[in-house]
Structures are given as C-alpha cells and as structure tokens.
Design a protein. Sequence first.
Length: 449
Amino acid sequence: MGAGLVHSVLTAKDTPARLTEQPDIPFEAIRPEMHTITVDPRRHFQKIEGFGGAFTEAAAVTWQKLPPEKQAEVMQAYFDPHAGLGYTLGRTTINSCDFSLGHYAYDDVDGDFALEHFSIEHDRAAIIPMIREALRLSGVLKLFASPWSPPAWMKTNGQMPYGGQLKPECRDVWARYYCRYVHEYEKEGIPFWGLTVQNEPEATQTWESCRYTAEEERDFVRDYLGPTLRREGLGHLRLMVWDHNRDRLYDRASVVYDDPEAAQYVWGTAFHWYVGDHFDNLLAVHEAYPDKQLLFTEGCQEGGPHTGEWGVGERYGRSIINDLNRWTVGWVDWNLLLDERGGPNHVGNYCSAPILVDTQAGEPLYQSSFYYIGHFSRYIRPGAERILHAGTADELETTAFINPDNTIAVVVMNRTEQTLPFALQYHGLAARTSSPAHSIITLWFTASI
C-alpha cells in the first residue's frame, strides 16, 4: 500500500528553527541499518480533547498591558487553529488563586447561604475579555473551572489561604456556588465544558488552598456536588477529581471510583506534575478504571521566569509525550502569559510561562515551551486517536496520532547532544530523516489505510 510525502516542522536549540517547516521527505524502501520509528494506525487508543492553558487574573492583566496589536498577536499565537497553536482547552479559577492580584471571592458576605450577593463583577475587568477573544479565535474552546479555596466564611480556618477545610454546614452552599459561577458565565456568552472539585486538595499553601481527604472529596461529590450539578441542569459538565500530582493519583482516584454512587458523577481524574514523574501511575488508573478519563490540568516551571532556558521546553515535551502515551486525553499548561518577573503573584510564587511579557517594551517573549507545546497542539487535533508506535532508538521520545482528517502526526523529541538519524516506517516503507541535538520534530502525512 503506497504513501506520499511526509511533511515536517522542527524546533531545535542553537538554531533559528522554531516550528519551522522542513523539506518534504519521500517514502522509500527501508534501509535496515537505520533506526526506525514504526507507526501502525490499525491500533487505536484514547481520543484527544485538546491542549490549552489557564486564564488566570495574572495572565489577563499582563495581556492587557500589551499594545492592542500585540494583544491580538498573542491571542492569535495561542488560539488560531491555522496561524497559531490551535488551543482548544482553557482553565479558569473559581475565586482567586496565587496568580491573582489578591484574595477575592464572588460572595464574601458571611453567612450568605442563599448567595444573594454572588457576583462575577470582578472578572469583567480582564479575565472575561480575554476569554471572549479566545472563544472568537478558537471556535471550539472547552473551558473548565477549578476552585483554590471557598470564601473564607465557608472554611474551618476562617481564611482563604493556609489550607483549612470546607465547613460541613457549607457543603450544600458550596456546591451551589460552582453552579452559580457557571450560570453567571453563561449569561456572558461563555459556556463551560468541565469542573474540577478542588485544586491540589492535599496542599496547605500560603495562598488560597483547601484540604480534602480522599474520603471527603468522594462524599462531597456523591452527596452534594454531583446531585446539585444535575439538579441545576449542569450534569453534562465533565467533573474531575484530585487535580493534584501524579504521585497519589491512583490512591485518590480509587477511593472515588470504588464508590459507584460517587463514580457516576465523575468523568475523570485531573493531575499536575510538581512532585516527581510517576508516569506509570496514569497507566495504573487507566487499567483499573478504563471508562474514566485522565487530563493534565496544570504544569509550569517553578521559581521565576526562566527567560530563554531551553530545558523548560524539554520538560514540557517529555511530560506531554509520556502523559499521552499513558492514556491522557488532553494537556493544559498553567498561566497563558506572565510578566518579566514571572508574575504578578500576590504571594511572590513567581513562575515561568510559554509567553512572557516585557511590560516596559510592550513585547511578548516566546519561550521554548511555547514551541514545544505547539508541536503537539497544532498537529494533534481534537478527536485524534493515539495509534501504535514502536522505535529502535531509546534516545528518541515519540508519540503518534491519527487525526479526524486522516492525517497521521508523529512527534519525535531528542534531548541528547547528538544528531540522531532515523526512518519513519509505515506500511513497509520508510521516510529517512534525522533529529538534531536538543530538538523536537513533528512529521505528518496522509494515511493510506
């Protein structure tokens, strides 16, 4: 069975190549002495929801500091499916997080169990305009929301930071709070696709945080949040548990999924990358609960902006490849953009982002992570299915997908100091190419199956 030309784009350290198109490669007879990466589209695995980032207040106010033409450039770079990365997933925060300008809640009136004072007015200044522009460009943006903390009056410690727990008597009103948030955004023409129960429920932070044990999260979903979402006409939202690191992924997910009443409300498990790799924990969850989904919902390079550092992009590439190869259906970065300090952040927890902004010059600064994400998001589209791939070179990290338009996309990353020749093998033919040192390449071609 024949095949045509293979197209490719390259990003490589110490070169000008940044998602740069390369010469087409013909399929020809295999040369057995070469390393190969074989793809077999007859073997299908999970279906992709998409890739994206987070609309934090920090991202939105930084975006607004850019001149109008640069604001348009940044949004096109992320959300345009043809000229940009084609993001289709987005995360928002219910109430404030560390990447806000300060603590805020949509209803901070003590004892307002009827939510008479609930308002999203705070978000109209920066967050909502940014989301609207993303929706316009993307056309298919799937938004999900995560709380870092309930309002202080709902918590055992009486404040939004420093952990604490949800008061038992506030479980019902807190469940209704999620629904009110979604409904108020719907009034602004912004629909939601999903929710997570709680961001990082095992963390006590100096910023907004709230702790749940696995059993408490299970019971809150089973007895309050799940039924309330259905009652409020929001049962279609994809509800995700955990939303913390891969290390405890199986332990936390199993407590919820082993309770049929709780599990019926839960679409999948959300996870982050901040404690170790633990990639095989994803596989454990999938094998035990194959009807539940896995979604990466947050990752960034901690400890400052890391402007110009190539290793940040490689960290992204490694995580995305390993997560996708273990049944993850989407991958969502943290802040869409930050300023030159890696903020603003109201507790000084500065981090990096794929686009940093020189606020004095009014210029976006595209980081290695931006290009590395693009090698996946631009070429692995929503509805794509992972296909079997097998390689002979351990140094080449690879994943492969077939898109709804019948194109096969293969991402190959090389974190070594050497150029590594290889051949992409398909139906007994091979396209010969090479992977430069510290590079990532995406190859795509039309399947002839």
